[in-house]
Design a protein around this ligand. Sequence first.
Ligand code: FAD
Length: 573
Amino acid sequence: MAKYIIVGGVAGGASTAARLRRLDESAEIILFERGEHISYASCGLPYYVGRVIEQRDHLFVQTPEKFGKRFRIDIRTKTEVMKINRSRKLVIARNLVSGEEYEESYDKLVLSPGAEPARPPIPGIDQKEIFTLRNVPDTDRIMEFLEEKNHRRVVIVGAGFIGLEMAENLHRRGIFVTIVEMAEQVMTPLDYEMAAMVHQHLKMKKVEFYLSDAVAAFGRQNNRILVELKSGRKMITDMVILSIGVRPESKLAREAGLQIGPCGGIIVDEYLQTTDPDIYAIGDAIEFPSPIIGKRMCIYLAGPATKQGRMTAENIVMGNKRKYHGSLATAIARVFDITVASTGISEKVLWEENLPYEAFIIHAPSHAGYYPDAKPMSIKILFSRKDGRIYGAQIVGYSGVDKRIDILSTLIRYGGTVDDLAEMEHAYAPPYSSSKDPINTLGFVAENIMAGLTRIAHWYDVDGLLEEGVCLLDVRSKEEFDDGSIKGAVNIPIDEIRDRMEEIPQDCPILIFCWVGLRGYLAERILRQHGFENLRNLSGGYKTYQLATLKQSNEDIFEKDYIGVDDSIYHII
Ligand code: FAD
């Protein structure tokens, strides 16, 4: 009878345990979990804080008792695995209630210990009103604090997916939310101009936020927390949520002499085996090569963890047959009224990796524009100019974002190209899509670029092009132009282009733009066929340019502990 030990009982660990039992009815399976709960919905915790999930019980997908009984698994909660003795193939576990330590042998060991929130050594960080959010006890502490009295202000440090989900949920409870983010943007998987849309949305929701700034120290004033930023700014708050990222919990593996990678994750091969063939590792704790750029990465997402768990159980019971192909880090989050999603590699990573690529942005309605409630959706795509292979995509919108990101992720997973996007067949009726879905439009634009029918410029190229003496041609209507345009632009509306061609200089490079890029493309095609050659169309149009060049932070709106002047609210998306 084989004996399997699993360390960690939430996403990856519980998934491994259940699959092991389904495949091997006779095995002895022991699951160690440091905490009190197993198989709970960590992804649901922010929504419990926001009272969207009303009952605490609903967070528990399984209880140790029910799970243990159904799968005949020996579940040992409140028990921490302290050490692995690889030569004797055993672990040393400590019962955290009684303090008792004991050995347990294994034939195969699975590590799914997850990742722990970073807590940098900032002065004053140990105050009781400064929280992190990883598990149920963390959530209970936050909830208890919130129920205690009517707290008015929270400072959230770090604007990743979890930080923003917490922002939304605390705001829902009527608390004034301030976010402090060290980077120049929120949500690092997004490129800057896509994050700029999130910034403007946060302004509309009256969330205060400081970008390119960081906490220098936490102090105390009038029995509340004083947050001092590196910029010198100070603010008083009732509570702080730290969500500045996580790091793999790989100490146990490191101390056992297993190989650890540059991100601090446990190195595994394609069968999810560590450098010891009797030990597998999965989930947030591992490092695995990106299927796109081949570089080892840590991916902190529930989907990969649970699927790796299932795969590992199969490899253990049936021999190493299931190969893991790596994660594209496909992620989605709701941020107030908008949905933000990404898959694959961003432009910043392609830059860093020095990989040649092409990128562009489209803005399209979520479904047929003539059918009520179509909502704007912005999609950025990155692909190889050489063979059209898709590297990554990012979407910000209101509805239908999930469906489009999943299509893109599936295509990337199976080596799809931009030609596949153009031909992608989708289910269409007016409430859901258009006869040409935004996914098809991505393919059409990419094909036009590859075929040389259009040459695009990006928002960040504009200043450089102006220095080189480019002439700006705004082909929107006069009303739109009067509302604001790029400085120095000449306005010739698209429908007047053919009649006013003599006004367009032949001897200067021309950057054409409209609101989203479509009319600009039409103007470019007309002009090219009339002999103009040195032309470019601004990708994503003036909408993207304006969003990316606006002031991004939203400062000092709670200066006097009420919502004050919000200097720049842009109802753009
Ligand atoms: P975990 O699920 O974290 O489980 C690890 C367990 O191992 C922990 O319970 C820990 O106590 C235990 N453990 C560690 N060391 C030991 C030891 N030595 N002995 C015994 N037990 C040990 N992902 C998404 O894809 N979408 C989301 O919307 C999303 N939202 C999230 C929201 C929050 C607030 C959080 C915290 C995470 C969210 N995630 C989300 C991430 C997702 O929860 C993780 O990627 C996933 O849980 C990782 O699974 P895992 O098995 O690797 O680790």
